[in-house]
Design a protein. Structure first.
Ligand code: KIV
Ligand code: ZN
Length: 518
């Protein structure tokens, strides 16, 4: 970060693509990670932790591609305290305009004894060696004492001092297991600010997990005590109960600048778009009452509240919906709307579509407008998010017909799919219509992937609403998500399933070239 940075500016370090991706079932493919990284850059995030390059080929490739193409933020790769890890991170980050290596080692008695099986002197030496080695690749090095909040203070101070002496410009204190409480965590940062002699040569960062629901409160307490970088994720995704949620931190700082006079570089109007993009890619829907980005965060149900808001929104709204990117008008285009109006609307919603993407989204909008009387903002967002990759997929749905109801025969589906250019048809029965349709897919394209998640979300109110369906499949430890939206829930379900299968084929192909056979 710039040396002349305002002393009250908080650096936003986003780890959605690293810690966030460690959430079970949350893995993303390269194209999805690139879309998230572009959204983070457009939002004004300072540092993107793009992955853990030594962890897998996929992580390496993602960090490398993001380093090549995403401009603006510093791109960061995680590494343990070994030469091999650090060199791999450096190689992945090579193309970045601004690169950061983040190296970590556990420092708590529990982790050193049972996880590392190292004594404190060796851990201390590893801190010096790893930071020095990382500095041979880049000037921007971050060091973290894993399980920092449960580390003995004397040892923590000693490691922090040595990491700074070895060249770390950012010292990140993780509450790895989400154990700290705000006063205590703030006091820990205060203790480091007062006791580490060279602390003024580094920025203190915090990385809080949400096991007790305190990640945001702990992060803010740390900022008040002097931390000037916060590590966080969109929608608070991350290991176990997740990480501190970026939108909550940023909006708390913005809304309560009276008691927390710190600024960030985040364009808060991008928050909703980033949140929705992440949900649609991962299939992790945000709970309705989630702060800032939940569907109910700006909804007023009680008559007294509605009356108050109509007279003056500030009666019950502490921030405006527009400030997080919610647009005012909800009813939008209809079947007579033209391409220009559609393009403008998409832009208002935060999507700058290129010619091909616009053409395809506009055609699908027209089809939708023929089916639905009113097309809402949410419909357009679902439709744009469900664009697919734009390349011809190995598998696609050609047609589907389903019979079900109170009749005493099992629900039955008849389906035609295109499989590597050939059309194949079959019919199948099942316990319900979705089961019957999925059985058709399994008959036409036999596979062993297990269905881990099947989730339907109505995009808007009303029986003509589009269904947004998420499907997660798992095969040999590889997890993929598919998402599709349609006014027909069964069509959306099958397209989401087939999208997940297409992704699985790509993943299989990377390990075995003959993978296109089932
Ligand atoms: O939670 C944690 O301690 C981490 C470190 C790698 C920073 O994610
Ligand atoms: Zn973490």
């Amino acid at each position: 970060m710039a040396d002349n940075m305002d002393k009250d500016r908080v650096v936003i370090f986003d780890t959605t693509l690293r810690d966030g991706e460690q959430s079970p079932g949350c893995s993303m493919n390269l194209e999805e990670k690139l879309r998230i990284a572009e959204a983070l850059a457009a939002m004004g995030v300072d540092v993107i932790e793009a992955g853990f390059p030594i962890a897998s080929e996929g992580d390496f490739e993602a960090v490398n591609e993001i380093a090549k193409s995403v401009k603006g933020p510093a791109i960061c790769g995680l590494s343990r305290a070994t030469k091999g890890d650090i060199d791999r991170a450096a190689e992945a980050l090579k193309p970045a305009e601004r690169k950061r290596i983040h190296t970590f080692i556990s420092t708590s008695p529990l982790h050193m004894k049972f996880k590392l099986q190292m004594d404190p002197e060796d851990v201390h030496q590893a801190v010096i060696d790893s930071v020095s080695h990382a500095r041979s690749h880049t000037d921007d090095v971050e060091w973290s004492p894993e399980d920092g909040s449960r580390t003995e203070h004397d040892f923590l101070c000693r490691c922090v001092e040595s990491a700074i002496d070895a060249g770390a410009g950012t010292i990140n204190i993780p509450d790895t297991v989400g154990y700290a409480v705000p006063d205590e965590f703030g006091a820990l940062i205060d203790m480091l600010m007062n006791r580490v002699p060279n602390i003024d040569k580094a920025i203190i960062s915090v990385h809080c997990h949400n096991d007790l629901g305190l990640a945001v409160a702990n992060s803010l307490a740390a900022v008040k005590a002097g931390a000037r970088q916060v590590e966080c994720t969109i929608n608070g995704i991350g290991e176990r109960a997740g990480n501190a949620s970026m939108e909550e931190i940023v909006m708390a700082l913005r809304t309560r600048a009276d008691v927390m006079p710190y600024t960030t570089n985040i364009v808060t109007e991008h928050i909703m778009k980033a949140s929705r993009l992440l949900s649609s890619i991962t299939g992790f829907q945000v709970q309705p009452n989630k702060a800032i980005v939940g569907a109910n965060a700006f909804a007023h149900e009680s008559g007294i509240h509605q009356d108050g808001v109509l007279k003056n929104a500030a009666t019950y709204e502490i921030m405006t919906p527009e400030s997080v990117g919610l647009t005012k008008s909800n009813i939008v285009l209809g079947k007579h709307s033209g391409r220009h109006a559609f393009k403008e609307k998409a832009r208002d919603l935060g999507y700058d579509l290129g010619d091909n993407a616009l053409q395809s989204a506009f055609k699908r909008f027209k089809d939708l407008a023929d089916l639905k009387k009113e097309v809402f903002d949410e419909d357009i967002i679902a439709l744009i998010d469900d664009q697919g990759s734009g390349v011809e997929e190995a598998l696609s749905l050609v047609s589907l017909e389903v019979n079900c109801g109170t009749v005493h025969t099992p629900p039955k589906a008849a389906m035609t799919m295109r499989i590597l250019g050939d059309e194949k048809s079959c019919d199948a029965t099942g316990d319900g219509p979705v089961d019957a349709a999925f059985n058709c897919i399994k008959t036409l394209f036999p596979h062993n992937a297990r269905l881990q998640l099947y989730q339907v979300h109505a995009v808007t109110e009303g029986t003509d609403a589009q269904a947004e369906v998420s499907v997660r499949l798992e095969e040999d430890g590889r997890t993929v998500n598919g998402m599709a939206a349609d006014t027909d829930t069964l069509v959306a379900s099958c397209r989401a399933y087939i999208m997940a299968l297409n992704k699985l084929l790509v993943k299989r192909q990377k390990t075995a070239p003959e993978a296109l056979s089932a």
